[in-house]
Design a protein around this ligand. Structure first.
Ligand code: BDP
Length: 703
């Protein structure tokens, strides 16, 4: 008996000490575990015997130490950092210098002669840092580096995360724990996690972060909080990351003691100029302001009869002496019972096109409504030609099943970026609008609402790390494919075993469409209230009509969908004629957008050969069934991934499957009395009643 006990213990100890090790996800895609492939390990070690760096730049030093840590981890060899290569070869040289082929943050990796050193050069230290991470990425993916020759420039200048984090530690629409920022302990205590956060971002080329919620409080502009923000900025600086703040427009009143926040009032302007000066004294590389104004109850310049341009330009004037910008959000819509919320941003902003200061960029959400699982691109991208625009994506899964549902978002981002606005003829993609190339703007920006939180694995769902990763990679280069990015992430984060890589990449690639199918197929949108989790298509009461579900889906005895053609709200008129023509005709409108633009009769035959009702049912049912497929795929990769992570994802997929069926049932049971059609074979009628589903949702919403 004793021997058996000991044997068991020995086995467990061996198991723990060898390859079965709990992976808590903390290291993200920056694992740098010793490579199993010995030949590769040796080849890398031969090309990386030392690292040369000179000068005092903190960012260059970061590049060197990151490379050193990565190389040592991957090859198992120690790699010294030296100041001068002398005659030595077989090392990596980091250098900053003029290069006509590079923009500020770009990098070049090249080798002089077969035996020479590998040179990572940049026009700026940031460029070198990004080059160092690119080299590490190549090695993590087992690509050859001996003959590497690579030039890479970011297509967009300001690549930012937006944190919707509050001073009390909560995160608006955050599903991965509390805020990373421990305001109560700052500025004295610097959580080591701040540095890990910065390096993860820098590894992708993200160069800025807005640390507080767009629904801002003035508190962040008090001296007490600015010192805390300055401490964060100091922790991020060696990684080339600048800090930005969301501002509360009436701050001159709330904390400045003034009687107004009118942007044309000289005292108000002086207050902002003085406040900005104070900020730059504490944070010399401060990035600028992000503003949500006159939106969803947030105050703004319109409270004083002034325009968005007046408000933005006042802040731009305060920032004029410094290298900072204003990001003014276009997410603005009034409670108009007769209007169409879809049209609101265009209506509000078009009159001011060309009237914004050169330091202002207007930040537009990818779609016209609000981060729905699928939206057509915002018409502003094809209309506001005289103002630089940036795109705001949402990485956190507000409408995508929080942290339990698997949705890989690169296809969402790409769908918007590759959409053709036709504003300057065919090929005028949203990507070309926002990277500045279409209208020749040097100011270009992209923002992602972060999905990070205090959870040990940063993002709650372990596979949601891929969304942070994908946002960063696309912010650097929007021409990368979703699939290539997924493959990169999987190989660096989960496994290098080729079949498993292929399987997980496939799951990721299909996940968004699967979610859309059981959640909002064929262009349905916004079937929820407050917490934005489970669909509540029956929801018809709210303080404003555009906060009900029935406002969006418009189900009636005739059909389903929001008529936005000339016969309806005519929102289509906000798009270029080519887009209008294609989307305005139900026969040519792509099925994924159909119900965004048309009220379609239940019995209408669609291009799939099915009626609207049958097609909807098919999508709801196959969507929910496909989650089962994802579970099966995941089960097959078990031997190739960490056991703790495996179990975590397997559990979440099971929950997702249960909820997908429940959500399918919510829609089908709610819509059936309108459609007055049977559920088509081979699908079975839900076992529960609509009342059962409503009860489930009510419990979830805690109402
Ligand atoms: C919506 C969110 C809300 C945000 C708002 C915004 O539900 O929490 O404050 O967007 O972007 O999606 O301002």
């Amino acid at each position: 008996m004793k021997y058996i006990q000991w044997g068991k213990w020995l086995f467990l100890i061996l198991l723990t000490a060898t390859n079965v090790r709990a992976d808590d996800g903390y290291r993200l895609w920056l694992k740098y575990d010793l490579l199993k492939d010995v030949a590769k390990r040796q080849a890398y070690a031969r090309s990386a015997q030392f690292i040369v760096v000179s000068g005092n730049s903190p960012v260059l030093k970061t590049a060197a130490t990151e490379l050193q840590a990565g190389l040592q981890g991957l090859t198992g060899k120690s790699v010294p950092i030296i100041a001068n290569a002398g005659n030595r070869t077989g090392g990596i040289v980091l250098t900053v210098g003029a290069d006509a082929n590079l923009v500020d943050d770009g990098y070049r990796i090249s080798k002089k002669g077969a035996a020479g050193n590998l040179i990572i050069s940049g026009k700026t230290a940031n460029g070198v840092l990004y080059g160092a991470f690119a080299l590490l990425r190549k090695m993590q993916m087992l690509e050859p580096i001996e003959t590497l020759s690579l030039t890479s420039n970011p297509r967009i200048r300001y690549r930012l995360l937006n944190h919707w984090d509050n001073a009390n530690g909560t995160i608006e629409r955050g599903y991965a724990g509390e805020s990373l920022w421990k305001w109560y302990a700052l500025p004295e205590t610097i959580d080591p996690r701040y540095q890990d956060y910065a390096r993860a971002n820098a590894s992708l080329g993200i160069n800025g972060t807005v640390v507080n919620n767009v629904n801002a409080t003035a508190r962040f502009l008090t001296n007490e909080y600015l010192e805390k923000v300055a401490a964060l900025a100091k922790a991020f600086r060696p990684y080339g990351i600048r800090v930005y703040l969301s501002i509360y427009f009436p701050a001159p009143k709330t904390i400045g003691g003034l009687s107004t926040a009118d942007p044309l009032d000289p005292q108000v302007r002086k207050w902002w100029a003085d406040k900005t000066k104070e900020i730059y004294k504490l944070i010399p590389d401060f990035g600028g302001f992000l503003v949500k104004a006159n939106s969803e109850g947030e105050p703004g310049p319109q409270d004083y009869g002034r325009s968005h341009a007046d408000g933005a330009n006042m802040l731009a004037e305060a920032l004029a002496p410094y290298d900072g910008i204003v990001m003014w959000r276009a997410f603005v819509y009034k409670a108009d019972p007769n209007g169409d919320r879809f049209k609101a941003a265009h209506e509000e902003f078009m009159p001011y096109d060309g009237k914004f200061d050169k330091k202002v960029i207007v930040q537009v959400k990818n779609g016209p409504i609000d981060f729905q699982p699928r939206e057509p691109f915002s018409p502003l991208f094809g209309a506001m030609t005289k103002t630089p625009l940036s795109v705001e994506f949402q990485i956190t899964q507000e409408y995508l099943g929080f942290a339990t549902h698997l949705v890989y978002e690169a296809p969402i981002f790409k769908e918007c970026l590759e959409a053709d606005t036709y504003v300057k003829g065919k090929g005028s993609t949203v990507a070309k609008v926002i990277d500045g190339s279409l209208h020749q703007y040097s100011m270009s920006a992209i923002a992602g609402v972060a999905n990070t939180g205090s959870d040990r694995n940063w993002t709650g769902h372990p596979l949601a790390q891929a969304n942070w990763y994908a946002f960063g990679r696309l912010a650097w280069d929007h021409t990368l494919t979703s699939e290539a990015i997924a493959g990169e992430w999987v190989k660096q984060t989960l496994t290098k075993e080729p079949q498993a890589v292929e399987r997980i990449t496939d799951m990721l690639m299909r996940s968004r469409e699967i979610y859309v199918n059981y959640n909002t197929p064929l262009g349905l949108s916004r079937p929820w209230t407050g917490v934005h989790f489970a669909p509540e298509p029956w929801q018809n009461k709210s303080s404003r009509p555009d906060w009900t579900a029935i406002y969006y889906h418009r189900a009636d005895s005739v059909g389903l969908g929001f008529d936005r053609t000339a016969k309806g709200s005519n929102a289509l008129a906000q798009y270029a004629p080519e887009v209008r023509k294609m989307w305005g005709n139900p026969a040519t409108c792509p099925l994924p957008y159909l119900l965004w633009f048309h009220h379609v009769p239940w019995t209408q035959k669609l291009s799939t050969g099915r009626t609207l009702w049958d097609e909807l049912c098919t999508r709801f049912y196959t969507g929910a069934d496909s989650v089962k497929w994802m579970q099966q795929q995941w089960a097959q990769v078990k031997p190739a991934v960490d056991p703790v992570l495996f179990a975590d994802v397997a559990g979440r997929l099971e929950t997702q499957h249960k909820e997908a069926i429940w959500w399918r049932d919510a829609w089908v049971l709610y819509l059936q009395p309108f459609a007055r059609q049977p559920i088509p074979a081979p699908f079975k009628k839900p076992e529960r009643s609509l009342e059962d589903v409503k009860r489930l949702v009510d419990i979830y919403q805690l109402r």
